[in-house]
Design a binder for this molecule. Structure first.
Ligand SMILES: *[C@@H]1O[C@H](CO)[C@@H](O)[C@H](O)[C@H]1NC(C)=O
Ligand SMILES: *[C@@H]1O[C@H](CO)[C@@H](O)[C@H](O)[C@H]1NC(C)=O
Ligand SMILES: *[C@@H]1O[C@H](CO)[C@@H](O)[C@H](O)[C@H]1NC(C)=O
Ligand SMILES: *[C@@H]1O[C@H](CO)[C@@H](O)[C@H](O)[C@H]1NC(C)=O
Ligand SMILES: *[C@@H]1O[C@H](CO)[C@@H](O)[C@H](O)[C@H]1NC(C)=O
Length: 306
């Protein structure tokens, strides 16, 4: 008794291994062998449906089919991209593997230090690993401080560290500026500003030398306003306040108040805003200062709003 294995060569040609020896037969159109002990079955190759970190495209693993391979991002095919099941029931060429893409240790830009870096594979990094740089003091970073190992096995673009100098800040009128006593002022150096007596700073009290080589702001000193109005109830930051009490030392540059005015026809009140700009405040024309002699008159701030 023998159990022959037949391999389908084409739809009609069969290859039978009979008692260990090959013979060629032509398969009849019926697809059935006249001898019922012979049957055409294709040679099957070992299962190859799983590729770690990749994928296999296949229909069946039978002779003479081809299967093809692809790796996930971050991996490359070490070996063939497609393989065929041979007459002998073997894959040819041999099945590939997906190997991880690595980046070599990152280059360090001039005037920079590697701040964060953990190699994953020996001295190398894996796809998506990152490295972070810092510039030496006085140097400013241009570009991204973080680089990433790409799927091409190289790093994303390196940043640059450049020395940045700022000019000496100028003293504001009616004020002063302090800065480090150095030959040159460089990136991240700070300067502080202040104003004399009745002047107020317009801008931040502290500025910094920026990457652009200029200061983050140019504060100036602005005069405060003396009020010509002796008594008035006004709106200041949404609240009713007595002008003469709240601003007895004058109003600072930039501050705003709303004065109450009367609409005589409609017998109601509305407000108009006034702002202190560098020593000057324009009192709204509609505002009438309440005279303490005219006690029978109602102050505009006590009249119902329009
Ligand atoms: C790639 O395949 C060859 C041959 O199979 C093997 O020697 C080598 O170690 C493989 N490389 C990697 C990175 O897997
Ligand atoms: C890593 O780099 C160091 C210094 O260049 C070297 O001595 C060492 O052999 C490297 N290690 C590996 C695993 O490549
Ligand atoms: C810098 O690169 C990282 C990672 O590559 C990214 O997530 C980040 O958005 C980048 N930052 C800027 C400001 O481009
Ligand atoms: C990384 O390699 C890819 C493919 O070779 C290339 O297109 C890209 O410009 C390289 N990136 C850098 C930052 O060198
Ligand atoms: C600093 O210089 C840059 C570029 O010249 C400019 O865009 C920026 O407005 C300047 N900043 C200040 C606060 O003057």
């Amino acid at each position: 008794m023998f159990s022959p294995v037949l391999i389908l060569l084409s739809s009609f040609l069969c290859h039978a291994i009979v008692a260990g020896r090959s013979k060629r037969f032509t398969c009849p159109l019926t697809g059935m062998w006249p001898i019922n002990t012979l049957k055409c079955t294709p040679r099957v190759c070992p299962f190859a449906g799983i590729l770690e970190n990749g994928a296999v495209r296949y229909t069946t693993f039978e002779y003479p089919n081809m299967i093809s391979f692809a790796c996930n991002t971050g991996f490359y095919l070490n070996g063939t991209s497609s393989s065929q099941c041979t007459e002998e029931g073997k894959w040819s060429p041999e099945l590939p593997v997906c190997a991880a893409i690595t980046c070599p240790p990152p280059p360090v830009p001039k005037f920079a230090t590697l701040h964060v870096h953990k190699p994953s594979v020996g001295n190398n990094s894996l796809y998506r690993d990152t490295a972070v740089f810092e510039c030496l003091p006085k140097y400013a970073m241009f570009g991204n401080n973080t680089i990433t190992c790409t799927a091409h096995g190289n790093w994303t673009e390196l940043p640059e560290c450049r020395e940045v100098k700022c000019p000496f800040p100028t003293r504001p009128d009616n004020g002063f500026v302090n800065y480090p006593a150095k030959q040159v002022l460089t990136y991240k150096d700070k300067a502080t500003y202040g104003c004399h007596d009745t002047y107020n700073l317009d801008g931040p009290g502290e500025v910094e030398c920026t990457k652009m080589g200029n200061w983050s702001a140019q504060p100036s000193c602005k005069a405060s306003c003396k009020l010509s109005v002796k008594k008035a109830t006004v709106l200041y930051q949404g609240e009713r306040v007595k002008l003469q009490e709240k601003f007895k030392d004058g109003m600072k540059h930039g501050e705003k108040v709303s004065f109450f005015c009367k609409n005589k026809e409609k017998k109601c009140s509305y407000t108009e805003e006034a702002q202190c700009i560098d020593g000057t405040i324009e009192i709204p024309k509609c505002f009438k200062e309440h005279s303490s002699l005219a006690f029978w008159k109602t102050d505009a701030s006590d009249v119902k709003p329009c």
